[in-house]
Structure formats: C-alpha cells, structure tokens
Design a protein around this ligand. Sequence first.
Ligand SMILES: Nc1ncnc2c1ncn2[C@@H]1O[C@H](COP(=O)(O)OP(=O)(O)OP(=O)(O)O)[C@@H](O)[C@H]1O
Ligand SMILES: CC(=O)N[C@H]1[C@@H]2OC[C@@H](O2)[C@@H](O)[C@@H]1O[C@H](C)C(=O)O
Length: 378
Amino acid sequence: MAEIRTAIGLMSGTSMDGIDVALVRTDGETVVERGGFLSVPYEPAFRDRLKQALDDAKSIRHRDERPGDLSSLERDLTLRHAEAVALFLRQQQLKPEQIDLIGFHGQTVLHRPDQALTVQLGDGPLLATESGIDVVYDLRANDMVHGGQGAPLVPVYHQALAHQIPAADWPVCFVNIGGISNLTFLERDGTIIGFDSGPGNTLIDQWVEAHAGIPYDDGGRIASEGSVIMALAERYLDNPFFTEETRRSLDRNDFRPPEGHEAELSDGARTLAFVSAAAILKSAGHLPSTPKTYVICGGGRLNRTIMADLLRLAGEEGARVVTAEQAGFDGDAMEAEAWAYLAVRSARGLPLTFPGTTGVREPVSGGVLAQAGAELND
Ligand SMILES: Nc1ncnc2c1ncn2[C@@H]1O[C@H](COP(=O)(O)OP(=O)(O)OP(=O)(O)O)[C@@H](O)[C@H]1O
Ligand SMILES: CC(=O)N[C@H]1[C@@H]2OC[C@@H](O2)[C@@H](O)[C@@H]1O[C@H](C)C(=O)O
C-alpha cells in the first residue's frame, strides 16, 4: 500500500473572498482522511486589488508576464498564504515538520482555454521558503499543454469522496457552486466526467455589490423577495456556452452582470439565483445519463433561493439534492481539501486530469514542486 501523506491544501477561488486552508491525510488514491479547516477572509481593500488584477491580466500573452500591480500582488498574496498556513498550524497544534506537502492553487487572474493560457498568481518557491514545507503549485498548466481545458481539477477528488457516501444512489453528481459552478458526474464503474456548468455566485455577488453595497446575498434573502425576470434569465441561458458541442471551462468574466436599468435589486438577485440553478441543470443535460444524487458544495449551497430552485429542477428529473454536509462532507473545505489531495497525487506522478474531465488527450499529472530547503532565485 502507498504511503499516507499529510498535506495542506490552499484555495483562493474565483469569488476572491479569502484563503481556504484544509488538511488531508491521503495516499492520493482511495484513502482520504479529512482534517481541520480554516477560512481567512480578505479585507475589502485587498479584494479590490484582486479585482483590479483581472483587468491588469487582460494584456498577458505569455503566462509568466506580470504587468501592472501583478508582480507585487503575487508576492503579497503568497505571503498571505504563508500567514494562513502558520495560523492554521497554530490552531491545529501542528509543526511544519508534520506536514509533507502543501497544494497551492493561487489566484486565477486569467483563463483562456482557447489560447491554452491560464494564469494563477502564486509564488510556490516563496511559499515553500516562508512555510518551511514543500509546495506543489501551478497544477493547471500541464493539462493545457496536453490539450486540456486546465479546469476543473477537483473531479478526481470528488471521485475519491463518492465512495464514502453511505448508501449513495448512483450516478452521483457533485456540484461546486463557487464564483463559477462546476460539476463532476460519477458512476459506480469508475466513469468520471467533469466540466464547468455556468455562472455560480459571481453575477449575484457583483449585482448586490453594485446595487446594495454588500459582498453577497446572505442566505439568498434578497433574491427570496424578488421575482424571476424570464427574458433576462433566458438571455443568460441562451448563451452558446450551454449548447456548444464540447464543454469549455470558464473565465470569471465570461458572463457579465445585468445593467442597472434591467431590474431592481431583488428581482435581479432572484433572476440570477435562478440562472445559477438552471445553468447547472442545463449543463447536466450533456451528461450520458441523469444523475440520481446531486451533492452541492461551495458557498452557493448557503443561498436558499438557489437551493430551492435546484431542488425543484432536479426533482423534476427524479434526482435527489443534498448538501455536502448531508452527504458527510464539508462544503466549504472541499476545494482546499482537493488541492491537498492533488498535491499528493502530483508528488506520486498520478494523473490529475482525464479526457472526461478537462478534455485532455490522455490522463496526465501536473504541478511543480518547490522544495522548502531550496534557495530562492531573487
Ligand atoms: N451565507 C451565504 N449565503 C449566500 N451565499 C453565500 C453565503 N456564503 C457564501 N456565499 C456565496 O459563496 C461565494 C463563495 O463561494 P466559494 O468560496 O465556494 O467560491 P470560490 O471557491 O471563491 O469560487 P470557485 O469555486 O469558483 O473558485 C460567496 O462569494 C457568496 O456568493
Ligand atoms: C481557471 C480556474 O481557476 N477555474 C476554477 C473556477 O472556479 C470553479 C470553476 O471555475 C473551476 O473550473 C475551477 O476551480 C475548481 C476548483 C477546479 O479546478 O476544479
């Protein structure tokens, strides 16, 4: 049996709300023991810098270019990750020597799969030096080199978890509703299919921020007071993304929020919550069969309006919808846990992605190892 390693996963997702830290003990295959979890929020000024970075990144043609503020932001972001690791270790009463690896996602600032270009800010060698722990970073790039979309990477972790669901009704479909939503379809025989399924919370977040000055619609309360504007919802759902022959991974800016005059606050939030749920079901229409169980992860599961729509739409297809917690998992920790699991797979040279998940030509591993003891270049 392969050695069980202890890994920390670090995720700063498309919502740009903070750094998630999770611990996993795993062989990178079927053994997965989930440990602690910590979420370290970004303060508004840092979030604004990250949002500005999306604009600065638009001019990038080669993935190591860092125009504008990006170079200094990459350093600050990495140091914040190092602080988050230190805080997590203190909370868990662990020492760096007890951790074998860190899986470091970084912050996606540009994702153009059609140009085989994906950029995550995050300095792996700096994090390794600061934390005193070996770091696996840049996990998306090798997939793209081999013809993949570079995302989603989490499906192989969902597959490992699916076997832990008591009395699961297969096929099982994990759905992560983060800034963007993505899903993983799993059959008991090992079939694995994954793809981005549409806008998750990002449109809702941008809408309520612009019109109510708040970062997200807590519990889906604002949406619950509004009505769906069907013509507006259809404009989103008619996007060619949903009908294209092959599944494509999304950049945060692929879908833009409505103009202010198109809806008042609660109708806009209601419509976008519906779009988030309907997009998932519409994308699931490309699966080879209808899932029997949907497991919902990510911050969107806390938006009750999205969840009510999902329950209804999936119910019409005879599927059951449960939250990650109802299935025995932690819906906030899952992506960070996945990055810990992927780091161990990377260290073992196991594939991270498959033709069914990113469209990569053959299963490939990925990630770059930065060793804690190595000298920094500058
Ligand atoms: N209590 C809540 N009620 C409603 N929505 C919430 C709540 N808490 C979080 N969210 C939503 O979830 C989002 C964060 O979700 P999550 O952390 O899963 O995204 P992410 O990991 O940044 O994105 P991605 O998975 O696309 O990389 C917030 O921006 C917000 O829209
Ligand atoms: C390029 C990029 O960072 N994509 C993210 C984003 O957020 C959700 C969705 O779009 C997914 O494709 C991916 O993240 C998850 C963690 C993944 O790769 O599985």
